[in-house]
Write a protein that binds this ligand. Sequence first.
Ligand code: BJ8
Length: 388
Amino acid sequence: MPMPVGKMHSFKSLENIKNSYIERIHQVSDERKKGKKSVGTFCLFVPDEIIFAAGADRMILCGGKNDTVSIAEQYLPRNICPLVKSSFGSIVNDGCSGIKSCSHFSMVDMIVAENTCDSKKKMYELLDNYVPTYVIDLPQRPDTPEAMRYFLSELEKFRDAMEQLTGNKVTDERLKEEIRSSNETRKLLHKLYELRKRDPSPISGIEVLKILQKQYFLSPDKLKEYLRELINEVESTEPEQVHKPRIMISGCPMPGGNTKVPAIIESKGGAIVAEESCTGTRSFWDMVDENKDHMLALAERYIKIPCSCMSPNERRIDNILELAREFKVDGVVYYTLQFCHGYNIEKYKVQQALKKAGIPMLSIETDYSDSDVEQIGLRVDAFLEMIS
Ligand code: BJ8
């Protein structure tokens, strides 16, 4: 039996977020004409606070669109994750093939990368031929004092590189302001997620994803403005009392342009109430301690991000269980991109832990194409039927 889909709310603030792209492009372009540097990033391990404290702007360059994948395949092997291919294709695209990349991919003076998964690491080596690429080296066994010391020294080197790029000193005062500002954003996102704990949730997963995908694209002030507007609207919404199975998505990030799996889940009648993802809780869950040495506080906060590139990564399993309980989920959709070995392999541990906790899980491994939409739809249908 098909699940009840129910009527969707349409929040005015989401329309503003949707239309924010052009305005942001003009803003960055004007800033660059006046000499402000713009930095492109790919990963949560790069602390925004240091970039902003150096007086630069930043935009995320993770690709979520399928159309630039074929461009990347002229340079990269086909059997690597679509996120890497889409990003690379968007940056190296010269438009000859008739495919247009989104404008922001060509609007950065430097890329700040990080040593995470193999595909990204190797892509960065090639990207340096197109845009100067600075790589932060990450220790991959995060729970040791040696790893902390090393990561802190890497962040200090990164701070120096940003000072060199912009010609501005990263003062303690500026870092303090940026840490406070980023914590404010994190608190707003917590507030939004708190509202999703209501049953039924007053906002759909797709709607939340729209703002999360813009999180590292918009300026911090604009993001906060949109979040406040959205929270006000959601707080005063009376959701339709249709019972829908509460779903958490867990796994790979879903950058702008990639909404395939959440769209299928919600079109089939599921309600996504949380995402254990870098386009989700991993991006904002932990605060930076405002009462410590600022660089140390940043190192401590960022090294804890439970990415599958870290080993061991038990923190992620604990987070998933905690989120599943907090958001009272009926089931978890474990979402991985093809050839993302870290998240694909970690699936086993997550499945075991969820099974023990009595929480059903559906595993979906996919790419950015539409070729499996129907097949995923059938599997989601059966899963939702089972957990209802
Ligand atoms: S902190 S998840 S943003 S590394 S999906 S490119 S891992 S093969 S994006 Fe990530 Fe930072 Fe981790 Fe988050 Fe590789 Fe996997 Fe592709 Fe990925």
